[in-house]
Design a protein around this ligand. Structure first.
Ligand code: COA
Length: 214
């Protein structure tokens, strides 16, 4: 929370091409549950899991608790939980999630980014675009100085996301997080605002890299 009682940079809607980031709404429950349930095999190896079956913890009813937690973290300035949507053919649909979480302000001004996308739209640059939008916003109106992403070494697609965006690999965390039944090592990647300022931000960098890759 800022000294004036308002959370810096929240709520907000961000977009680039067909990719839209916005706060979750109560009526996202059905769409969120459908996409999460359809992606069990795709997501489960990479996420920490609550007690209960996948269908239970990803039901429309479970979304009420997820959403309450998201709203609480956004209200206190500890999180920026974005629904990741695609606007295509005149329609907007929820296809993923990106959260800047565990935000600590004062002399740290840092947060951790987590994300996932529906396997049916994987490989289209949706999450790198979402990450670039969210990080630029976090470094600007959001008042952060640093973001960190921790990724299992085996998760090559996720490592590609941060490598393409030019995050710095800076740590190896042994038995870092309990995921898919065991304590898993993670590689720590980070970025500070100075590292992208000269290039006009992370979105500008991402656009340039995509253009150069053809
Ligand atoms: C990691 C993830 C979010 C990437 O999102 P994305 O929007 O597909 O990102 P990109 O389009 O940049 O693709 C990243 C890499 O995924 C791989 N990829 C592309 N299409 C793919 C597909 N259909 N299936 C699997 N991997 C694919 C490629 O290696 C690509 O890298 P490249 O651009 O060098 O070819 C997505 O794969 C995902 O949701 N995975 C499961 C959950 C997860 O791992 N979350 C992150 C935990 S740290």
């Amino acid at each position: 929370m800022s000294w004036f009682g308002r959370v810096p940079g929240w709520p907000v809607m961000l977009m680039d091409g067909p990719v839209v980031l916005r706060p979750y709404r109560r009526n996202d429950a059905t769409a969120w549950s459908a996409v999460r349930r359809a992606n069990r095999a795709w997501l489960a190896p990479w996420e920490s899991h609550l007690p209960g079956s996948w269908d239970e913890t990803n039901s429309p009813a479970a979304f009420r608790y997820v959403h309450a937690d998201q709203r609480r973290s956004a209200r206190t300035g500890e999180g920026m939980p974005f629904a990741v949507c695609l606007r295509e053919d005149g329609q907007e649909r929820l296809v993923g999630h990106l959260n800047v979480g565990s935000i600590v302000r004062r002399a740290f001004c840092s947060g951790y980014v987590g994300y996932w996308v529906d396997s049916r739209v994987a490989g289209r640059g949706v999450i790198p675009t979402a990450m670039a939008l969210a990080v630029d916003h976090a470094f600007g109106p959001g008042g952060l100085h640093r973001v960190e992403v921790n990724i299992r070494p085996e998760n090559k697609p996720s490592r590609r996301v941060v490598e393409k965006l030019g995050f710095r690999e800076e740590a190896y965390h042994v038995r870092y997080m309990h995921i898919d039944g065991a304590w898993r090592d993670h590689i720590g990647y980070a970025l500070t605002s100075e590292e992208v300022a000269a290039e006009g931000g992370l979105l500008a960098r991402w656009h340039r890299m995509r253009h150069e890759a053809g």
